[in-house]
Design a protein around this ligand. Structure first.
Ligand code: SF4
Length: 416
Protein backbone atom coordinates (compact mmCIF):
# COMPACT_ATOMS: atom_id res chain seq x y z
CA UNK A 1 0.00 0.00 0.00
CA UNK A 2 1.47 3.34 -1.02
CA UNK A 3 1.68 6.07 1.63
CA UNK A 4 0.77 9.64 0.80
CA UNK A 5 3.70 11.99 0.78
CA UNK A 6 3.16 15.73 0.35
CA UNK A 7 6.20 17.92 -0.44
CA UNK A 8 3.94 20.81 0.48
CA UNK A 9 0.43 20.98 1.92
CA UNK A 10 -0.52 23.84 -0.39
CA UNK A 11 -4.33 23.61 -0.21
CA UNK A 12 -6.86 21.87 2.01
CA UNK A 13 -10.29 20.70 0.90
CA UNK A 14 -12.79 19.64 3.57
CA UNK A 15 -15.83 17.64 2.48
CA UNK A 16 -18.84 18.16 4.75
CA UNK A 17 -21.03 15.19 3.82
CA UNK A 18 -24.49 16.31 4.96
CA UNK A 19 -27.48 17.88 3.20
CA UNK A 20 -31.07 18.56 4.27
CA UNK A 21 -32.31 16.66 1.24
CA UNK A 22 -30.83 15.26 -1.95
CA UNK A 23 -31.10 17.23 -5.20
CA UNK A 24 -31.99 14.79 -8.01
CA UNK A 25 -29.09 15.85 -10.29
CA UNK A 26 -26.32 15.75 -7.69
CA UNK A 27 -23.66 13.05 -7.48
CA UNK A 28 -21.55 14.58 -4.69
CA UNK A 29 -21.41 12.32 -1.67
CA UNK A 30 -23.80 13.44 1.06
CA UNK A 31 -26.09 11.90 3.59
CA UNK A 32 -29.08 13.18 5.58
CA UNK A 33 -28.14 15.83 8.14
CA UNK A 34 -28.47 14.75 11.77
CA UNK A 35 -26.99 16.55 14.75
CA UNK A 36 -25.45 13.37 16.13
CA UNK A 37 -23.99 12.42 12.74
CA UNK A 38 -22.38 15.85 12.37
CA UNK A 39 -21.00 15.73 15.91
CA UNK A 40 -19.35 12.35 15.39
CA UNK A 41 -18.12 13.32 11.93
CA UNK A 42 -16.49 16.41 13.36
CA UNK A 43 -14.48 14.44 15.89
CA UNK A 44 -13.41 12.00 13.15
CA UNK A 45 -12.39 14.87 10.86
CA UNK A 46 -10.00 16.25 13.46
CA UNK A 47 -8.28 12.86 13.59
CA UNK A 48 -7.91 12.73 9.82
CA UNK A 49 -6.49 16.24 9.93
CA UNK A 50 -3.86 15.10 12.39
CA UNK A 51 -3.05 12.00 10.34
CA UNK A 52 -2.69 13.90 7.06
CA UNK A 53 -0.64 16.69 8.63
CA UNK A 54 2.02 14.02 9.26
CA UNK A 55 2.30 13.25 5.55
CA UNK A 56 3.43 16.79 4.66
CA UNK A 57 7.01 18.09 4.66
CA UNK A 58 6.22 21.76 4.22
CA UNK A 59 2.99 22.64 5.99
CA UNK A 60 2.34 26.00 4.35
CA UNK A 61 -1.27 26.30 3.19
CA UNK A 62 -2.37 28.90 0.64
CA UNK A 63 -6.06 28.04 0.45
CA UNK A 64 -8.73 26.21 2.43
CA UNK A 65 -12.06 25.20 0.90
CA UNK A 66 -15.02 23.82 2.86
CA UNK A 67 -17.36 22.15 0.38
CA UNK A 68 -19.95 19.44 0.42
CA UNK A 69 -22.69 18.58 0.94
CA UNK A 70 -24.09 21.69 2.52
CA UNK A 71 -21.48 23.26 4.80
CA UNK A 72 -23.83 26.16 5.59
CA UNK A 73 -25.71 23.71 7.83
CA UNK A 74 -22.70 23.80 10.16
CA UNK A 75 -22.90 26.01 13.21
CA UNK A 76 -20.28 28.78 12.80
CA UNK A 77 -18.74 27.80 16.15
CA UNK A 78 -17.71 24.47 14.55
CA UNK A 79 -16.21 26.33 11.60
CA UNK A 80 -14.16 28.50 13.98
CA UNK A 81 -12.96 25.38 15.81
CA UNK A 82 -12.05 23.66 12.53
CA UNK A 83 -10.03 26.65 11.32
CA UNK A 84 -8.29 26.83 14.67
CA UNK A 85 -7.38 23.13 14.41
CA UNK A 86 -6.07 23.60 10.86
CA UNK A 87 -4.01 26.61 11.98
CA UNK A 88 -2.58 24.56 14.84
CA UNK A 89 -1.26 21.90 12.46
CA UNK A 90 -0.50 24.00 9.35
CA UNK A 91 0.97 27.41 8.57
CA UNK A 92 -1.94 29.50 7.28
CA UNK A 93 -0.79 33.03 6.34
CA UNK A 94 -3.21 35.94 6.77
CA UNK A 95 -3.41 36.18 2.97
CA UNK A 96 -4.78 32.63 2.62
CA UNK A 97 -8.06 32.28 0.75
CA UNK A 98 -10.60 30.52 3.01
CA UNK A 99 -13.79 29.63 1.14
CA UNK A 100 -17.00 28.00 2.29
CA UNK A 101 -19.90 26.87 0.11
CA UNK A 102 -23.30 28.14 1.21
CA UNK A 103 -26.79 27.16 0.20
CA UNK A 104 -29.25 30.09 0.20
CA UNK A 105 -31.79 27.82 1.94
CA UNK A 106 -29.61 27.31 5.01
CA UNK A 107 -27.95 30.66 5.59
CA UNK A 108 -29.14 33.79 7.36
CA UNK A 109 -27.72 37.28 7.91
CA UNK A 110 -26.61 36.26 11.40
CA UNK A 111 -24.83 33.18 10.07
CA UNK A 112 -23.11 35.16 7.31
CA UNK A 113 -21.74 37.57 9.93
CA UNK A 114 -20.64 34.74 12.21
CA UNK A 115 -18.92 32.88 9.38
CA UNK A 116 -16.92 35.99 8.61
CA UNK A 117 -15.96 36.32 12.26
CA UNK A 118 -14.99 32.63 12.32
CA UNK A 119 -12.34 33.36 9.64
CA UNK A 120 -14.08 32.59 6.34
CA UNK A 121 -13.04 35.24 3.80
CA UNK A 122 -14.80 33.98 0.67
CA UNK A 123 -18.24 32.44 0.15
CA UNK A 124 -19.40 30.38 -2.79
CA UNK A 125 -23.17 30.46 -3.06
CA UNK A 126 -25.20 27.93 -5.06
CA UNK A 127 -27.85 30.17 -6.66
CA UNK A 128 -28.41 27.89 -9.69
CA UNK A 129 -31.35 29.96 -11.05
CA UNK A 130 -33.70 32.83 -10.32
CA UNK A 131 -36.65 31.01 -11.87
CA UNK A 132 -38.94 29.30 -9.32
CA UNK A 133 -40.03 26.61 -11.73
CA UNK A 134 -36.47 25.62 -12.57
CA UNK A 135 -35.39 25.79 -8.92
CA UNK A 136 -38.19 23.47 -7.93
CA UNK A 137 -37.34 21.08 -10.80
CA UNK A 138 -33.73 20.98 -9.54
CA UNK A 139 -34.98 20.08 -6.05
CA UNK A 140 -33.54 23.28 -4.57
CA UNK A 141 -35.00 24.39 -1.24
CA UNK A 142 -34.61 28.09 -1.98
CA UNK A 143 -36.76 30.25 -4.28
CA UNK A 144 -35.93 33.19 -6.54
CA UNK A 145 -36.82 35.80 -3.93
CA UNK A 146 -34.69 34.19 -1.24
CA UNK A 147 -31.79 33.74 -3.71
CA UNK A 148 -31.82 37.50 -4.36
CA UNK A 149 -32.06 38.28 -0.66
CA UNK A 150 -29.12 36.03 0.27
CA UNK A 151 -27.00 37.26 -2.63
CA UNK A 152 -27.56 40.82 -1.54
CA UNK A 153 -26.64 39.98 2.09
CA UNK A 154 -23.47 38.21 0.99
CA UNK A 155 -22.61 41.18 -1.18
CA UNK A 156 -23.01 43.45 1.86
CA UNK A 157 -20.68 41.47 4.10
CA UNK A 158 -18.12 39.83 1.78
CA UNK A 159 -15.77 41.51 -0.71
CA UNK A 160 -14.88 38.17 -2.23
CA UNK A 161 -17.55 35.67 -3.19
CA UNK A 162 -18.74 33.50 -6.03
CA UNK A 163 -22.22 32.65 -7.31
CA UNK A 164 -23.12 29.53 -9.33
CA UNK A 165 -25.73 29.18 -12.05
CA UNK A 166 -26.84 26.00 -13.82
CA UNK A 167 -28.03 26.20 -17.43
CA UNK A 168 -29.27 23.93 -20.23
CA UNK A 169 -32.14 22.69 -18.07
CA UNK A 170 -35.03 20.76 -19.59
CA UNK A 171 -37.56 23.20 -21.08
CA UNK A 172 -35.33 26.21 -20.33
CA UNK A 173 -35.46 28.79 -23.10
CA UNK A 174 -32.57 30.99 -24.19
CA UNK A 175 -34.59 33.94 -22.95
CA UNK A 176 -35.03 32.42 -19.47
CA UNK A 177 -31.31 31.84 -19.17
CA UNK A 178 -30.67 35.40 -20.33
CA UNK A 179 -32.91 36.60 -17.47
CA UNK A 180 -30.84 34.53 -15.01
CA UNK A 181 -27.66 36.12 -16.34
CA UNK A 182 -29.11 39.62 -16.14
CA UNK A 183 -30.32 39.04 -12.60
CA UNK A 184 -26.96 37.78 -11.39
CA UNK A 185 -25.15 40.66 -13.08
CA UNK A 186 -27.23 43.15 -11.06
CA UNK A 187 -25.17 42.07 -8.03
CA UNK A 188 -21.80 42.19 -9.88
CA UNK A 189 -20.42 39.19 -7.98
CA UNK A 190 -16.61 39.16 -8.06
CA UNK A 191 -16.76 35.57 -9.39
CA UNK A 192 -19.35 33.56 -11.32
CA UNK A 193 -19.39 29.82 -12.11
CA UNK A 194 -21.64 28.45 -14.84
CA UNK A 195 -22.37 24.75 -15.26
CA UNK A 196 -24.61 23.04 -17.74
CA UNK A 197 -26.82 20.36 -16.26
CA UNK A 198 -25.08 17.00 -16.46
CA UNK A 199 -26.79 13.70 -15.93
CA UNK A 200 -24.64 11.61 -13.62
CA UNK A 201 -25.16 7.88 -13.29
CA UNK A 202 -27.03 6.69 -10.21
CA UNK A 203 -28.93 9.95 -9.81
CA UNK A 204 -32.74 10.21 -10.05
CA UNK A 205 -32.38 12.47 -13.12
CA UNK A 206 -30.31 9.84 -14.90
CA UNK A 207 -32.95 7.22 -14.10
CA UNK A 208 -35.67 9.48 -15.52
CA UNK A 209 -33.54 10.12 -18.60
CA UNK A 210 -33.09 6.38 -19.20
CA UNK A 211 -36.85 5.90 -19.00
CA UNK A 212 -37.36 8.72 -21.51
CA UNK A 213 -39.04 11.00 -18.94
CA UNK A 214 -36.39 13.72 -18.99
CA UNK A 215 -35.03 15.47 -22.04
CA UNK A 216 -32.08 17.84 -22.13
CA UNK A 217 -32.11 20.78 -24.56
CA UNK A 218 -30.59 20.20 -27.99
CA UNK A 219 -26.82 20.64 -28.23
CA UNK A 220 -27.26 23.79 -30.35
CA UNK A 221 -29.34 25.46 -27.65
CA UNK A 222 -26.81 24.42 -24.98
CA UNK A 223 -24.03 25.99 -27.12
CA UNK A 224 -26.14 29.12 -27.74
CA UNK A 225 -26.60 29.55 -23.98
CA UNK A 226 -22.89 29.18 -23.35
CA UNK A 227 -22.03 31.68 -26.07
CA UNK A 228 -24.63 34.12 -24.76
CA UNK A 229 -23.04 33.88 -21.30
CA UNK A 230 -19.55 34.50 -22.75
CA UNK A 231 -20.80 37.59 -24.55
CA UNK A 232 -22.75 39.05 -21.62
CA UNK A 233 -20.09 38.39 -19.02
CA UNK A 234 -17.36 39.69 -21.27
CA UNK A 235 -19.32 42.90 -21.84
CA UNK A 236 -19.78 43.21 -18.07
CA UNK A 237 -15.98 43.09 -17.60
CA UNK A 238 -15.54 39.47 -16.50
CA UNK A 239 -12.52 37.45 -17.52
CA UNK A 240 -13.35 33.96 -18.74
CA UNK A 241 -10.33 32.36 -17.10
CA UNK A 242 -11.50 28.74 -17.02
CA UNK A 243 -14.11 26.76 -18.98
CA UNK A 244 -16.85 27.25 -16.35
CA UNK A 245 -15.45 30.20 -14.40
CA UNK A 246 -15.49 33.97 -14.80
CA UNK A 247 -14.05 36.64 -12.56
CA UNK A 248 -13.61 40.34 -12.15
CA UNK A 249 -9.93 41.41 -12.15
CA UNK A 250 -8.12 39.98 -9.12
CA UNK A 251 -10.88 37.54 -8.07
CA UNK A 252 -9.81 34.25 -9.63
CA UNK A 253 -10.71 31.27 -7.39
CA UNK A 254 -7.25 30.62 -5.98
CA UNK A 255 -8.13 27.23 -4.53
CA UNK A 256 -9.49 25.77 -7.76
CA UNK A 257 -6.71 27.39 -9.73
CA UNK A 258 -4.20 25.27 -7.81
CA UNK A 259 -6.01 22.15 -9.12
CA UNK A 260 -5.64 23.38 -12.70
CA UNK A 261 -1.97 24.18 -12.14
CA UNK A 262 -1.51 20.52 -11.17
CA UNK A 263 -0.47 21.38 -7.63
CA UNK A 264 -0.94 19.01 -4.69
CA UNK A 265 -3.83 19.43 -2.27
CA UNK A 266 -5.02 17.64 0.84
CA UNK A 267 -8.62 16.49 0.96
CA UNK A 268 -10.48 15.34 4.05
CA UNK A 269 -13.86 13.82 4.78
CA UNK A 270 -15.77 10.87 3.28
CA UNK A 271 -15.95 11.13 -0.50
CA UNK A 272 -13.14 13.72 -0.70
CA UNK A 273 -10.37 13.22 -3.24
CA UNK A 274 -6.87 14.66 -2.98
CA UNK A 275 -3.53 14.63 -4.79
CA UNK A 276 -0.02 14.56 -3.36
CA UNK A 277 1.67 15.40 -6.67
CA UNK A 278 2.21 11.74 -7.64
CA UNK A 279 -0.80 9.84 -6.35
CA UNK A 280 -4.48 10.63 -6.32
CA UNK A 281 -6.55 9.36 -3.42
CA UNK A 282 -10.24 9.02 -2.83
CA UNK A 283 -11.75 8.61 0.61
CA UNK A 284 -14.60 6.12 0.46
CA UNK A 285 -18.07 7.60 0.12
CA UNK A 286 -19.19 6.08 3.39
CA UNK A 287 -19.74 8.18 6.51
CA UNK A 288 -20.17 5.16 8.81
CA UNK A 289 -16.87 3.65 7.69
CA UNK A 290 -15.19 7.02 8.10
CA UNK A 291 -16.44 7.48 11.66
CA UNK A 292 -15.64 3.84 12.54
CA UNK A 293 -12.09 4.38 11.39
CA UNK A 294 -11.30 7.81 12.82
CA UNK A 295 -13.67 8.01 15.80
CA UNK A 296 -14.30 4.40 16.86
CA UNK A 297 -15.49 5.46 20.31
CA UNK A 298 -18.11 7.64 18.61
CA UNK A 299 -17.26 10.67 20.72
CA UNK A 300 -19.32 13.75 19.96
CA UNK A 301 -17.81 17.18 19.56
CA UNK A 302 -19.18 18.29 22.96
CA UNK A 303 -17.80 15.18 24.67
CA UNK A 304 -14.34 15.81 23.31
CA UNK A 305 -14.37 19.42 24.47
CA UNK A 306 -15.63 18.30 27.87
CA UNK A 307 -13.13 15.45 28.25
CA UNK A 308 -10.37 17.74 27.08
CA UNK A 309 -11.22 20.28 29.78
CA UNK A 310 -11.39 17.68 32.54
CA UNK A 311 -8.36 15.64 31.53
CA UNK A 312 -6.36 18.41 29.93
CA UNK A 313 -5.63 15.90 27.19
CA UNK A 314 -6.04 16.10 23.48
CA UNK A 315 -8.65 14.04 21.70
CA UNK A 316 -5.98 11.86 20.10
CA UNK A 317 -4.46 11.07 23.50
CA UNK A 318 -7.88 10.09 24.77
CA UNK A 319 -8.21 7.62 21.94
CA UNK A 320 -4.65 6.38 22.15
CA UNK A 321 -5.10 3.63 24.65
CA UNK A 322 -8.56 2.63 23.59
CA UNK A 323 -8.22 1.83 19.94
CA UNK A 324 -5.12 2.69 17.99
CA UNK A 325 -5.58 3.95 14.47
CA UNK A 326 -4.82 1.09 12.19
CA UNK A 327 -2.12 2.91 10.24
CA UNK A 328 -1.20 -0.13 8.22
CA UNK A 329 -4.72 -0.54 7.05
CA UNK A 330 -5.41 2.70 5.26
CA UNK A 331 -7.06 0.61 2.55
CA UNK A 332 -10.05 0.62 4.87
CA UNK A 333 -10.59 4.31 4.47
CA UNK A 334 -9.27 5.41 1.07
CA UNK A 335 -8.14 4.22 -2.29
CA UNK A 336 -4.76 5.49 -3.49
CA UNK A 337 -3.90 5.48 -7.16
CA UNK A 338 -0.32 6.35 -8.10
CA UNK A 339 -0.06 7.70 -11.60
CA UNK A 340 2.26 6.59 -14.38
CA UNK A 341 4.38 9.22 -16.18
CA UNK A 342 1.94 9.07 -19.13
CA UNK A 343 -1.06 9.60 -16.88
CA UNK A 344 0.61 12.59 -15.22
CA UNK A 345 1.42 14.19 -18.57
CA UNK A 346 -2.16 13.69 -19.76
CA UNK A 347 -3.66 15.10 -16.56
CA UNK A 348 -1.29 18.06 -16.61
CA UNK A 349 -2.24 18.77 -20.23
CA UNK A 350 -5.98 18.74 -19.89
CA UNK A 351 -5.96 20.65 -16.61
CA UNK A 352 -3.76 23.38 -18.16
CA UNK A 353 -6.05 23.53 -21.18
CA UNK A 354 -9.04 24.28 -18.95
CA UNK A 355 -7.54 27.72 -18.25
CA UNK A 356 -7.42 30.66 -20.64
CA UNK A 357 -3.61 30.67 -20.40
CA UNK A 358 -3.60 27.19 -21.88
CA UNK A 359 -0.56 24.96 -21.93
CA UNK A 360 2.93 26.48 -22.26
CA UNK A 361 5.41 24.11 -23.91
CA UNK A 362 8.33 25.31 -21.78
CA UNK A 363 6.41 24.70 -18.53
CA UNK A 364 5.55 21.19 -19.66
CA UNK A 365 9.25 20.61 -20.36
CA UNK A 366 10.26 21.99 -16.96
CA UNK A 367 7.91 19.56 -15.26
CA UNK A 368 8.41 16.37 -17.27
CA UNK A 369 11.71 16.90 -19.17
CA UNK A 370 9.86 15.85 -22.30
CA UNK A 371 8.97 17.84 -25.41
CA UNK A 372 5.17 18.29 -25.58
CA UNK A 373 5.10 18.85 -29.34
CA UNK A 374 6.99 15.65 -30.03
CA UNK A 375 4.78 13.51 -27.80
CA UNK A 376 1.44 14.89 -29.00
CA UNK A 377 2.35 15.92 -32.58
CA UNK A 378 -0.56 14.13 -34.29
CA UNK A 379 -3.10 15.21 -31.65
CA UNK A 380 -2.06 18.89 -31.86
CA UNK A 381 -2.30 18.88 -35.67
CA UNK A 382 -5.75 17.28 -35.62
CA UNK A 383 -7.11 19.65 -32.94
CA UNK A 384 -5.80 22.72 -34.79
CA UNK A 385 -7.32 21.43 -38.05
CA UNK A 386 -10.70 20.98 -36.31
CA UNK A 387 -10.46 24.52 -34.86
CA UNK A 388 -10.60 23.25 -31.28
CA UNK A 389 -7.24 24.71 -30.19
CA UNK A 390 -4.98 27.56 -31.27
CA UNK A 391 -1.20 27.45 -31.19
CA UNK A 392 0.59 30.75 -30.58
CA UNK A 393 3.71 32.02 -28.79
CA UNK A 394 4.87 28.67 -27.43
CA UNK A 395 1.53 27.54 -26.09
CA UNK A 396 -1.80 26.04 -27.08
CA UNK A 397 -5.21 27.06 -25.77
CA UNK A 398 -8.85 26.19 -26.45
CA UNK A 399 -11.01 28.08 -28.95
CA UNK A 400 -14.63 28.88 -27.97
CA UNK A 401 -15.68 25.73 -29.82
CA UNK A 402 -12.91 23.84 -28.01
CA UNK A 403 -14.34 25.00 -24.69
CA UNK A 404 -17.78 23.75 -25.68
CA UNK A 405 -16.30 20.37 -26.68
CA UNK A 406 -13.61 20.31 -24.00
CA UNK A 407 -14.11 16.66 -23.06
CA UNK A 408 -13.44 15.58 -26.65
CA UNK A 409 -10.22 17.61 -26.65
CA UNK A 410 -9.06 16.17 -23.32
CA UNK A 411 -9.58 12.57 -24.48
CA UNK A 412 -6.93 13.14 -27.15
CA UNK A 413 -4.24 13.48 -24.51
CA UNK A 414 -4.88 10.10 -22.94
CA UNK A 415 -2.10 8.04 -24.52
CA UNK A 416 -2.71 4.33 -25.14
S1 SF4 B 1 -27.48 20.72 -1.68
FE1 SF4 B 1 -25.67 20.61 -3.03
S2 SF4 B 1 -24.48 18.82 -2.32
FE2 SF4 B 1 -26.55 18.69 -1.39
S3 SF4 B 1 -27.66 17.37 -2.78
FE3 SF4 B 1 -28.09 19.49 -3.43
S4 SF4 B 1 -26.51 19.94 -4.97
FE4 SF4 B 1 -25.86 18.09 -3.89
Amino acid sequence: MHNLNFETANAIYIHFPFCSSKCPYCDFYSTKYTKLGVDQFWAALFMELKELSRTTKNNLVQTIYIGGGTPSLIEPVFVAELLQKIKYRFKVPPTAEITMEVNPASVTEEKIIKLKRAGINRLSVGIQSFNDQHLSFLGRRSNAENNKKILSLIDNYFDNYSADLIFALPNQSLNEFEQDLEEILKFSPPHISLYNLELHENTPFHEQYKKGNLKLPAEELDADMYELALEKLNTAGYRHYEISNFCQPGYRARHNYLYWLYQPYLALGPGASGFDGSCRYQNFRDLEKYIDYYNPERFTFAEIMDLKKKNKKSFSELLKNKKKLDVNNKAKIRKINCLTAEEKMAEYSFLALRTDNGLFYHKFYQKFKRDFKTIYKAEIEELIKNKLIIEANGRIYLTTRGRELANEVFLKFLLD
